[in-house]
Structures are given as structure tokens and as C-alpha cells.
Design a protein around this ligand. Structure first.
Ligand code: SIN
Length: 353
């Protein structure tokens, strides 16, 4: 064959070969923790009252044979729980496993299957302690695996594509359900039952999963993952931090009980702009005098809690949560307390993450 002909043949092969054959598939590890995505119901129409956390990771992977076309997938069962039972110890175990996997050159991304009830908390915890820019995607489902139109398979398929996507590198931990990509810091479960429950109210989600591809339109501006200062590699427990909810006719009982039980920090989900009823404020001031860190957040769930707005935080030595919900402020306060008890420094942390 002449040189010209062989060049032509090479060019033809390049054009004719499908893109997938030219690019090696990404290596994605799926860490399974339980939840509805692994749940089973009595019948195909059972979408409430089913049992979460029944199906193992291999069965989850086998149920979506299309995964093999988009990634080299491996599964590990890290735990098998309904996510209302997620706790600090489980988070530490999960974070250490994610960090160990992402340190391997042959792992491109990690997917975590998780119950939706506390998915936003696990995602934010990982966002603060994962030591890598590689994609970490947390995924769940609102319908059990046995239901008509179960959302688990498509959600898992999208999550694996996202975890193997170069566009997801450096975006922090992502929560991906219902074809939408959300940032761990801002996403929240907004409806008890519907498939479109995950929302990033006001600020908006980051992008879509469509046509076997991630499409990003924005990203979180806060510090996360590889740029985070938190390191849990040597920790086997976290400081006790509890949440007190604001309401009309509130009293000091919950604050005093948490302090008596040894809380190192209390997050108050206050009314309005983090406002405190007089008895609650008095209890929190007493708690602070005993060394307990106090963070004011807002039960409204959106907006900035103004420092020195409804409360003189400089005088009471309180910290404000910025825009974090109480459940996420609790996580950041626990991690902040692993580094310092200085309120100015903790306020700096709340304005950074
Ligand atoms: C759970 O959070 O484990 C149960 C609910 C769900 O996954 O949707």
C-alpha cells in the first residue's frame, strides 16, 4: 500500500471508530450505604411503607447493565442502613474509605448510594473532608427498587456518568437525582415523597444530566474538598453538637438538656433572621459562659443570618451560620471544633465554607 493510501486508511479508521472506543472508560467505585435506592416493597405499587436498605451493591449494579457502557464499575457495601440512622461514626468510616479510594491512581471517581432523608448531610460532610478534586457523587432514590418507575436505576446511571466526567472535577461533592446536579452545600430535601424533592432553593442547582452527559451552568463559590482545611484521617469521633428548633412559646428546656448531656456546641434554628425567644437566648448565653459554642441559624432555610442583627453576637460571643441550614451548620461546627474553640476563628470558618 502506498504511503498516501495508508494515511487515508488511518484517517478513515479514526473517523469511523466510535468515540467510546477511542477513550478508555473511567474507573468508578460505587460505595453502597443503603436507603430507598436499595429498598424493596411488598408490591410494585408500594411506594410508602416499604423497607429501605435490603438490596446489596452487586444487585444494584446488575440491575443497570448500561453502567458497563459508561464506566468500569466496582461496588463495595460500606454499610446497609436507612439514612435516618446515619451518624458521625459512619461518616468518618465513609470519608476514610472515599479518601483511600480517590488516592488510588486507578480510581477516577466515587459514587455513594444513600438514603435520601439525610443525603444532604452526608454530602456536605464529605464536601468538607474529602481530600481530592476527583468527582464524588451522592445518589439516592425516592421509590424502592421494586416499584413501577423506580427512579434508582436512572439516578445511578446518571451518577456513574457524572462521577466519571472530567467536567465534574473540582466541583465539590455533588448530589444527583432526577436528572439534576446539586452542590452538597446548598441542596436540601424539600418534599417528603416526590421524585423531584431535591432542590437548591433560590441559588439554583448546578446543571443537568441529559443525553448521557453532565451539563454544568454554575458552581459553588465556597471552599470544599481539596481546598478544605479539615482532616478526619486521624479522628474516630467528632465533638457533640446538637440542634435546637425555634418556635412560638419556646422555652429553655432543650438548651439546658443538651448542655447537661455534654454538648460542645449548639446550633439554634431560630425564627426569622435567627431570632431567639428571651428564655432561649438566656439559656444560650448561659451555655456560652460554660464554654459551649453557639451558632445562630434560621429555620426559614434561606437567606443570610445577619451577624449582630437580631442578636448582638459580639456581646453574647455567638457565631452566625451565614446561609447554612441548621443541619449543615451542625456539621461545620463539629469540624470547626476539631480545630479551634475561638469564636472569631469559627465565624471565619462559617464565612468560608
Ligand atoms: C432513607 O433515607 O434511608 C429512606 C428514605 C429514602 O431513601 O428515600
Amino acid at each position: 500500500m502506498s504511503l498516501k493510501a495508508s494515511r487515508f486508511l488511518a484517517l478513515l479508521l479514526l473517523v469511523a471508530l466510535p468515540a467510546a472506543a477511542q477513550q478508555p472508560l473511567p474507573n468508578v467505585v460505587i460505595l453502597a450505604t443503603g436507603g430507598t435506592i436499595a429498598g424493596t416493597g411488598a408490591t410494585s405499587t408500594t411506594t410508602v411503607g416499604y423497607t429501605a436498605a435490603k438490596i446489596g451493591v452487586e444487585a444494584l449494579i446488575d440491575a443497570v447493565p448500561e453502567l458497563k457502557k459508561v464506566a468500569n464499575v466496582k461496588g463495595e457495601q460500606v454499610m446497609q442502613i436507612a439514612s435516618e440512622n446515619m451518624n458521625n461514626e459512619a461518616w468518618l468510616k465513609l470519608a476514610k474509605r472515599v479518601n483511600a479510594l480517590l488516592a488510588q491512581p486507578d480510581v477516577d471517581g466515587v459514587v455513594i448510594t444513600h438514603g435520601t432523608d439525610t443525603i444532604e448531610e452526608t454530602a456536605y460532610f464529605l464536601d468538607l473532608v474529602v481530600k481530592s478534586d476527583k468527582p464524588v457523587v451522592v445518589v439516592g432514590a425516592m421509590r424502592p427498587s421494586t416499584a413501577i418507575s423506580a427512579d434508582g436505576p436512572i439516578n445511578l446511571y446518571n451518577a456513574v456518568i457524572l462521577a466519571g466526567s472530567k467536567d465534574a472535577i473540582g466541583k465539590g461533592v455533588l448530589v444527583c437525582l432526577n436528572d439534576q446536579i446539586n452542590a452538597a452545600r446548598e441542596v436540601t430535601k424539600s418534599n417528603t415523597a416526590t421524585a423531584d424533592t431535591f432542590r437548591t432553593p433560590e441559588l439554583g442547582f448546578l446543571g443537568y444530566m441529559q443525553d448521557n452527559k453532565a451539563h454544568f451552568y454554575r458552581e459553588s463559590t465556597r471552599r470544599h474538598t481539596a481546598k478544605s482545611e479539615f482532616d478526619v484521617s486521624q479522628l474516630d469521633k467528632l465533638p457533640q453538637v446538637d440542634i435546637v428548633y425555634g418556635y412560638a412559646n419556646a422555652n429553655r428546656v432543650a438548651v439546658d438538656a443538651f448542655v447537661a448531656a455534654g454538648a460542645k456546641g449548639i446550633v439554634n434554628a431560630g425564627v426569622g433572621d435567627g431570632s431567639l425567644a428571651d428564655p432561649v437566648k438566656a439559656a444560650l448565653i448561659d451555655a456560652r459562659k460554660k464554654g459551649v459554642l453557639v451558632v445562630r441559624s434560621a429555620r426559614a432555610g434561606n437567606g443570610i443570618v445577619a451577624r449582630n442583627g437580631e442578636v448582638n453576637d459580639d456581646q453574647t460571643d455567638f457565631v452566625v451560620s451565614d446561609t447554612l441550614t441548621a443541619q449543615k451548620a451542625r456539621i461545620l461546627l463539629m469540624l470547626a471544633l476539631t480545630k479551634t474553640t475561638d469564636t472569631k476563628e469559627i465565624q471565619r470558618i462559617f464565612y468560608s465554607y
